[in-house]
Design a protein around this ligand. Structure first.
Ligand SMILES: NC(=O)c1ccc[n+]([C@@H]2O[C@H](COP(=O)([O-])OP(=O)(O)OC[C@H]3O[C@@H](n4cnc5c(N)ncnc54)[C@H](OP(=O)(O)O)[C@@H]3O)[C@@H](O)[C@H]2O)c1
Length: 257
């Protein structure tokens, strides 16, 4: 696989799956724009990419802010002159019971971060992707397919919506030669538990418990999800569009409860 002269825009590239994908694409000689809010983490990823021979364009932006979304697409296209691949990966998880006073705030945050941002960025990137006959890979979740804990419904709705959006977009973009797919990870060791309040031992225990719920008895590394994303973004997947790639160690297969 070679991404030489391909321009890839990755949201949520400051850690976890997005960072692992950026590093993999740097090894494959892609031109990369990496997006996130945390400057320190983004610069760390940038250095790792640079050490592999690709200096990324670093864009500090919040995907829930319309002005930032406009800027991140414009900056990428202005800097590189085109866009070949869009990876809508930025996302976060917050829980809120339907009985909680603040549930609508949690719901809005989940929808804005995990779904609305992907729709908005796709809309702004569309003309550039049509021009390059490029592709889009969205990062959903098996949380949009099954039920873990009811208080996670806002996250699940946002990810179910992202999967639906992927298929609709795939159909609409197909006549223009642009492919759109979604990867649905199961539990994957990243920074996503950092806001959970758990200490390092607590997080390790949580990953161990989640691993026990999968058919293969393990969780994934971010690198393994990145492998599937890179495949879908590459010409190797030129016949694949509107597909949902479940990468969950068989968690859905086993049943979520
Ligand atoms: N890890 C899992 O078990 C798992 C399972 C299923 C699906 N996923 C999905 O995988 C994707 C990547 O998550 P991860 O697991 O790699 O977690 P992570 O390490 O916490 O990475 C999340 C990324 O999203 C970015 N992000 C979050 N909110 C943002 C905002 N408002 N504006 C800009 N960037 C934002 C973060 O950047 P900043 O903090 O720098 O803004 C970070 O780079 C997410 O869509 C997540 O839902 C993860």
């Amino acid at each position: 696989m070679c991404f030489k002269n391909k321009v890839v825009l990755i949201t949520g590239a400051s850690s976890g799956i997005g960072a692992a994908t950026a590093i993999k694409l740097a090894k494959l000689s892609a031109k990369i724009a990496i997006v996130g809010r945390n400057k320190t983490k983004l610069l760390n990823v940038s250095v790792k990419c640079e050490n592999l021979g690709t200096k990324p364009l670093v864009i500090i932006a919040d995907v829930t802010k319309d002005e930032d979304v406009v800027r991140l697409v414009n900056e990428t296209v202005t800097y590189f002159g085109k866009l070949d691949v869009l990876l809508n990966n930025a996302g976060s998880v917050f829980r809120g019971s339907i009985f909680a006073d603040n549930v609508i705030n949690v719901f809005d945050m989940m929808m804005n971060t995990n779904l609305r941002s992907a729709v908005h960025i796709t809309n702004l990137a569309a003309k550039h992707l049509v021009e390059s006959k490029g592709c889009i890979v969205n990062v959903g979740s098996i949380g949009g397919r099954g039920f873990f804990v009811p208080e996670n419904f806002s996250y699940g709705v946002s990810k179910a919506g992202l999967e639906y959006f992927t298929k609709s977009a795939a159909l609409e973009f197909s006549s223009k030669g642009v492919r759109v797919n979604v990867v649905l990870p199961g539990p994957t060791i990243t920074d996503c538990l950092d806001s959970s309040g758990l200490d390092e031992d607590g997080k390790a225990e949580q990953w161990r418990k989640l691993g026990g719920k999968t058919a293969l008895g393990k969780v994934s590394e971010a690198d393994e999800i990145a492998d599937v994303i890179v495949f879908l973004a590459s010409d190797k997947a030129k016949s694949v569009t509107g597909a949902s790639y479940v990468v969950d160690n068989g968690m859905l297969l086993k049943g979520l409860n």
